[in-house]
Design a protein around this ligand. Structure first.
Ligand SMILES: O=P(O)(O)OC[C@@]1(O)O[C@H](CO)[C@@H](O)[C@@H]1O
Length: 308
């Protein structure tokens, strides 16, 4: 079983408007609602790849109830911890004229020390049956900034490989707790290390404690810096669409590859193909299996000469 943790789950709302303009009023032509937050997207993609998945984190209030209702018929098993606060909404506005997406993320509910303690109990129980765990997304108010570092230490103590996908200070502290894998995007990596050169920044992130770093570089694909070597994987062509959730699909590709023991070039190719297929799908965290299968053999993976 693969466990994903989303401390700040969200009811993801996608609006489509003919053309988005500041200061204007807009008629929304399509509305989609999905159970979201990064770890939930990761779990849905993992399930589509045939892996047993369990999702945990927090859910509460009216949006939390809708989220759990939407999650109920889907394969990921719901092990979310109830909270008194209200699960947030995130809104992605897709401009039909340009295809661009504007994202608005609410902060999320305040979590109490008692709710955090209840979560830690659930997490310890779930780790007992997990082959790998992914820690995904922002922290809700009330959760201490070193929370991911704490969860990484617990996963390592339980012998469960752990992947971290977050940003800012939680990423910086999390890396120092020595996760097996981190998957920052170019901006997150630059903020962490001060370097916009992905290769240099990935080496720096490894020196800070990450065993392996996979940087997602948008249209330039992905770079993996691992103890075994360095690889670069590029999509067959630039894909245009809704990038929301593309990074989560990449995480699912990397985690499934880890659990299946795939060699790094295949893991990266899977992550890049899933990510591109997600950009091409209209809603976050969704992909068309035949688009993915078509892209996969066309991802180009090159080995870089220098070992990481
Ligand atoms: O605020 P966070 O936790 O960083 O990101 C939340 C979020 O924007 O990320 C996903 C796409 O990756 C969406 O499903 C979700 O709403």
């Amino acid at each position: 079983m693969i466990l994903t943790v989303t401390l700040n789950t969200a009811l993801d709302i996608t609006y489509r408007v003919p053309s988005l303009a500041p200061h204007a009023s807009h008629r929304v032509t399509d509305v989609a609602e999905r159970p979201g937050g990064k770890g939930l997207n990761v779990a849905r993609v993992l399930a589509a790849l045939g892996h047993d998945t369990v999702v945990t984190g927090f859910a509460g209030g009216p949006c939390g109830a809708v989220l759990r209702d939407l999650l109920a018929p889907l394969p990921p098993v719901d092990a979310l911890v109830p909270v008194a606060g209200r699960t947030r909404r995130t809104v992605a506005v897709v401009d039909a004229a340009t295809g661009d997406t504007t994202q608005l993320n609410e902060p999320g509910p305040a979590i109490t020390p008692e709710e955090w303690a209840a979560f830690l109990t659930t997490y310890a129980e779930l780790l007992g049956g997990a082959d790998a765990v992914a820690l995904c997304g922002s922290l809700p108010p009330g959760i201490h900034v070193g929370a991911y570092a704490e969860l990484i230490r617990r996963a390592r103590a339980a012998g469960v490989p752990v992947l971290l996908d977050t940003s800012g200070e939680p990423l910086r502290r999390g890396i120092a707790a020595r996760p097996d894998l981190v998957k920052p995007n170019a901006d997150e990596l630059a903020r962490l290390t001060g370097s916009r050169d992905p290769l240099r920044a990935a080496h720096d992130a490894r020196r800070r404690g990450a065993h392996t770093v996979v940087a997602s570089l948008g249209p330039d694909g992905m770079l993996a810096a691992a103890p075994e070597g360095l690889w670069w994987a590029a999509p067959p062509a630039t894909v245009r669409g809704n990038p929301t959730g593309a990074g989560d699909s990449a995480v699912a590709g990397l985690l499934s590859g880890l659990v299946e023991g795939l060699p790094w070039p295949q893991r990266l190719a899977r992550a890049v193909a899933l990510s591109a297929a997600t950009v091409l799908a209209p809603a976050a965290g969704e992909f068309d299996v035949s688009t993915y299968e078509d892209l996969l053999p066309r991802v180009e993976v090159t080995t870089q000469a220098t070992a990481a």
